[in-house]
Design a protein around this ligand. Structure first.
Ligand SMILES: CC(C)(COP(=O)(O)OP(=O)(O)OC[C@H]1O[C@@H](n2cnc3c(N)ncnc32)[C@H](O)[C@@H]1OP(=O)(O)O)[C@@H](O)C(=O)NCCC(=O)NCCS
Length: 200
């Protein structure tokens, strides 16, 4: 098992591999359904951008982002290989912050089966144990009840209300800020071997 992989009871969280092409294509074909709410954003893909070369381009972009320690995209897979969603650890800030932004989604034909909760939990373990982050932030729109339930169920703590925090759907939106810290999940923060910290 790769260092960047976690296996749960229902799902596996890991970066895409070349051999996931068929699963990726099938997932995008099966979610060409109507969005179920305004957060259910699916990058529109059809036969014309579901080719092997499109997938390989995504793979190499994701690898570059990992190599730059900037952005980690993980697929959420069932044990039979079906791709059911994704979780991303974005905009990593090192030095004295050791923080990243968390994003997650489950394709809407798989909602309500516990995949989101388990997938995000496994991603937290990857973030704290493998990427050695200390803190993950999830900014959630106050009316996104499903996502708020998920964050609370996992153990995220509400840290506050952040006005005009993210630019989404063409405007600056208020977010409830939920935070997960490594120690709250029983994981002692250990620094990543990296360039010397800047001294102030
Ligand atoms: C939010 C999202 C990831 C949840 O994924 P999911 O796999 O359906 O969630 P789970 O089945 O793991 O359920 C997680 C929690 O959500 C809540 N939930 C599940 N189904 C629900 C429903 N039909 N109505 C309301 N809440 C529900 C439950 O509280 C559940 O926790 P519990 O099992 O302790 O009761 C998914 O709905 C999604 O991708 N939404 C669109 C994108 C999005 O909103 N992303 C987050 C942006 S901040």
């Amino acid at each position: 098992m790769s260092k960047l992989e976690r296996v749960g009871k229902k799902v596996i969280v890991r970066p895409y591999k070349k051999s996931d092409y068929k699963a990726w294509r099938e997932a995008y074909l099966s979610i060409s359904l109507k969005p179920k709410n305004k957060w259910d954003i699916t990058t529109s893909r059809d036969e014309s951008n579901l080719g092997k070369s499109d997938f390989l381009k995504i793979l190499s972009g994701q690898k570059k982002n990992r190599d730059d320690d900037y952005f980690f995209d993980f697929g959420i897979f069932l044990k039979n290989g079906t791709l059911v969603g994704g979780v991303s650890i974005m905009d990593i800030s090192r030095q004295v912050f050791q923080n990243a932004y968390l994003g997650y989604r489950i394709f809407n034909n798989h909602w309500g089966l516990g995949y989101g909760k388990e997938g995000v939990k496994l991603a937290l373990e990857l973030a704290f144990k493998e990427l050695k982050l200390h803190r993950l932030e999830a900014g959630i729109e106050p009316s996104n009840k499903r996502s708020i339930s998920l964050a609370k169920a996992i153990g995220f703590k509400r840290e506050g209300y952040s006005k005009k925090r993210l630019f989404l759907r063409g405007k600056w939106l208020d977010m409830v800020l939920f935070v997960a810290r490594s120690e709250d999940f029983g994981i002692e923060w250990k620094p990543l071997k990296q360039k010397k910290m800047v001294r102030f």
